[in-house]
Design a protein around this ligand. Structure first.
Ligand code: MG
Length: 202
């Protein structure tokens, strides 16, 4: 059984959603590494890494660690404790500390970059992709378009913050979830709170 990260690990993922990510990583990790898009302070990474460990693989934890739009100073999800000496949002130090404390460093490879920056250089056959990066439509579309086709058959695409009701949350993750279904590349396999999982068809 995985260990849930404590409340000191900042993040926007419930333990139920974390458990679903763990299960997905255990399963899909057997097919290839897990790519996480948007690690923030490592809460979801810790769940994924425990699944990756069980599957003898790793999590490629992609995040520029400068926060999304909503984390910037003056925005709704800004955290004044997560800024560097120059006043820029910086979650890397907190991420490293949390990953180390959770004992999963051997199963996490942090990639400090944005999706479009690594797109041309990161081409493994991925067992799983977890999209939880920027929630603007442009950012979510770029994540889907870049990595949505790089999952092996039988692998899993997971998307966080999918809210079919616009009153509950932004619509970008929901939009890419619908695009994934409409692509014919995936079938729907799970729904845990706002976390949706899809399986890549043969
Ligand atoms: Mg999220």
């Amino acid at each position: 059984m995985p260990t849930a990260p404590g409340p000191e690990v900042r993040g926007f993922l419930s333990d139920q959603e974390g458990m679903a990510l763990f299960d997905a990583a255990c399963q899909a990790g057997a097919l290839g590494p897990v790519l996480e898009i948007g690690s923030w302070c490592g809460r979801s990474t810790i769940w994924l890494a425990q699944g990756a460990r069980a599957a003898s693989t790793v999590v490629l934890a992609l995040d520029h660690h400068r926060g999304s739009e909503e984390h910037q100073p003056g925005e709704m999800f800004h955290d004044p404790e997560l800024v560097d000496a120059e006043g820029k949002v910086d979650t890397l130090q907190e991420f490293r500390r949390n990953i180390a404390r959770a004992g999963v460093e051997d199963h996490v490879i942090p990639i400090v970059a944005g999706t479009e920056q690594v797109a041309a250089f990161l081409k493994p056959d991925l067992g799983m992709v977890f999209i939880d990066g920027g929630h603007s439509l442009a950012a979510a579309l770029a994540d889907w378009r870049t990595f949505g086709t790089r999952i092996v058959p039988g692998g899993i695409l997971a998307i966080h913050d999918v809210f079919p009701d616009a009153g509950e949350g932004g619509q970008a993750p929901y939009t890419i979830w619908r695009l994934a279904l409409a692509s014919g590349l995936y079938e729907e396999t799970g729904c845990t709170e706002s976390l949706r999982t899809l399986k890549r068809l043969p």
